[in-house]
Unconditional design. Structure first.
Length: 67
């Protein structure tokens, strides 16, 4: 009986260690995804800014051509 308890305890401890590793890996993956998302948002904002500048330039050019 004592050996069965030791074996079960060892299996539980091993499973806990594996769960802790999986949790840590999931946390790292989440952090990486969050960072990538922030980079994509920044890129999108930069693209919007560039597009707005281009539109402004086009409008200015169109006004000049009309005059």
């Amino acid at each position: 009986m004592s050996q069965a308890i030791k074996d079960t305890t060892k299996k539980f401890e091993d499973a806990k260690k594996e769960a802790d590793r999986a949790s840590a890996n999931a946390g790292k993956a989440f952090d990486a995804a969050k960072k990538r998302n922030e980079e994509m948002i920044n890129t999108n904002d930069a693209m919007k800014e560039t597009l707005n500048k281009w539109k402004d330039r086009q409008q200015t050019d169109n006004k000049r051509q009309r005059n």
